[in-house]
Design a protein around this ligand. Structure first.
Ligand code: AFP
Length: 343
């Protein structure tokens, strides 16, 4: 018999954790567990490349322009292909959709089609790559709606409320994977020596009454009256609060991760700077909905300023939305200001 050592019983790998989560659901077949583990593997692969980004000849822009009209960087493509290739043949997915592609990504024949669909933003915050700043991958998993055969666009256009699991990988000082499958939010840190994600942040809850506010102040001249006054409230300029400090990376996963751990609020409001994008910059399906699910599972809240992000029925794959996310009280305050001043 092995002696039960205190230190070893505290080491929980991501595989052990997702298997233990699976046991909470006796009806589970193990497919979701395997899918989450495949995503963790993709995260390790992407992480190993992002940490070598300054060394390898993979920095710089490709000549392509993605569906959002942004230039695609090489690491984006690598992350995109990694996630697709690690998941196209497993039989767990009916279809995928990536922020980098206009249409859904079918599962190629002859591979079997599964019961889930996977949506992902392969490398969020990629304009930060050249500056060695945090970047991340965001993923969402839904149960397919169609009965069988190849997955459809409708399988991917589901409201965040129907998410089965969501999470992100953050490539920063260390690499972290944070996910929820509907029973709390759990964070794992990659141990680069053994190549495994270890549980480092069990059952994360967004703290209240602390934290920072996080927004791109460079655009405040384009904001609505409600958003402007809400921001002044956060700064304590209306005399109703003592004022919060500001933090803004410009990489949503990094800004959200800090908000999740420290409290406060991150927002990317609608603005008037680009008349073609009156709904803000962030994508509902690839960015806002998965983080909203995580925030709610951590006791927080996410809104587009008027309604719960999780209740929005998406109409197209690349739909954009304003996003206010973090401590419930602060997000509700934003809604209050928007109701009062923006009609
Ligand atoms: P990139 O992937 O093009 O860097 O965009 C990142 C992002 O979608 C999100 O991660 C940030 O929160 C947001 O854009 C930052 O946008 P601004 O540069 O307009 O503040």
């Amino acid at each position: 018999m092995f002696m039960q050592s205190q230190s070893h019983t505290r080491i929980i790998t991501i595989e052990r954790h997702i298997l233990e989560e699976q046991r909470i659901h006796p009806e589970a077949t193990g497919v979701l567990t395997s899918l989450l583990y495949d995503l963790a593997l993709a995260g390790k692969f992407i992480s190993s490349n992002t940490t070598r980004a300054g060394l390898a000849d993979i920095l710089g822009l490709t000549e392509d322009v993605n569906i959002q009209g942004e230039q695609v960087m090489k690491l984006d493509r690598l992350a995109d292909e990694t996630i697709y290739r690690l998941n196209d043949h497993t039989g767990r997915l009916a279809a995928m959709a990536s922020e980098e592609h206009e249409n859904i990504l079918p599962i190629p024949d002859p591979y079997p089609k599964g019961k889930y669909v996977l949506l992902f933003d392969p490398l969020d915050g990629s304009s930060n790559i050249d500056f060695n700043t945090s970047i991340g991958t965001v993923f969402s998993i839904y149960r397919r709606k169609s009965e069988a055969g190849p997955g459809t666009l409708e399988d991917c256009l589901q409201p965040g409320r129907d998410l089965v699991a969501a999470g992100y990988m953050l490539y920063s000082v260390s690499t972290m994977l944070v996910y929820t499958s509907g029973s709390g939010v759990h964070g794992f840190t990659l141990d680069p020596n053994i190549g495994e994600f270890l549980l480092s942040h069990a059952d994360i809850r967004i703290p209240s009454k602390t934290g920072y506010y996080s927004v791109n102040h460079g655009y405040d001249r384009y904001w609505s009256e409600g958003v402007r006054r809400f921001t002044q409230h956060l700064q304590g300029l209306d005399g109703e609060s003592s004022g919060l400090s500001l933090r803004y990376i410009g990489s949503m996963v990094g800004d959200f991760h800090r908000t999740l751990l420290s409290g406060g609020i991150f927002y990317y409001p609608a603005d008037r700077k680009d008349p073609n994008k009156p709904h803000g910059k962030l994508r509902l399906l690839y960015e806002a909905a998965p983080l909203a699910f995580i925030a709610e599972q951590a006791g927080g809240y996410a809104s587009d300023g008027r309604q719960n992000i999780l209740d929005i029925q998406p109409e197209s794959l690349h739909q954009r939305t304003p996003l206010f996310i973090g401590e419930r009280e602060l997000v509700e305050k934003a809604e209050e200001f928007i109701r009062q001043y923006d009609g």
